[in-house]
Design a protein around this ligand. Sequence first.
Ligand SMILES: Cc1cc2nc3c(=O)[nH]c(=O)nc-3n(C[C@H](O)[C@H](O)[C@H](O)COP(=O)(O)O)c2cc1C
Length: 191
Amino acid sequence: MKVLGIAGSPRRGGNTDTLLSRFMEGAALKGAEVKTLVACDLNINGCLHCDACLTKGQCKVQDDMQIVYKEMKAADGIVLASPLQFLSVSAQLKALIDRCQALWARKYILKVPPLGDERERRGFFISVGGRKTVPNLFDAELATVKILFKTLNVVYTGDILVRGIDARGDILKHPESLEEAFLAGQKFVEI
Ligand SMILES: Cc1cc2nc3c(=O)[nH]c(=O)nc-3n(C[C@H](O)[C@H](O)[C@H](O)COP(=O)(O)O)c2cc1C
């Protein structure tokens, strides 16, 4: 099984990076071939809404999103990780998600498999937020991620959402969350 991780945080080695790494270690332990793309290291422009994808089924913008399309197609499982930013995913990850409009066009306009084949792919989401007590803290972000996975025909298999995590390294004070990520990575491969 090929598992693609997409790290959405602009803070390298931060809290979501750390959780994603543990998840990927768990997946690798169970034999998965793992690969992580770091959104902020890629040159991904926002969607231009040029509508070229509506007829061609692919995005005409030649930037690093072409790498992401390729890796998503190759993957059997996709794991997104993002810090909560203004109640949504990071801007870097949002640009990547918006560029999946080309895959939306494939599925809903051109009626072809968004990722090129009918394989059932699995999805998982990891996020942290600094606030502790705000109700429904992750709801808006979750709505975005779930609609992305639905568009890609990726089955949403679960998430790890940790609140009250703000400073760099805060997640290290929560070994139970790191363990949860490690175990979730293992389970992701075994489902
Ligand atoms: C631009 C920005 C917006 C943020 N917005 C929120 C927010 O809406 N709610 C929240 O709980 N935390 C918010 N935070 C805090 C981050 O989610 C928190 O610091 C997180 O631990 C960062 O994870 P990382 O180390 O993986 O980047 C925000 C941080 C930044 C930089």
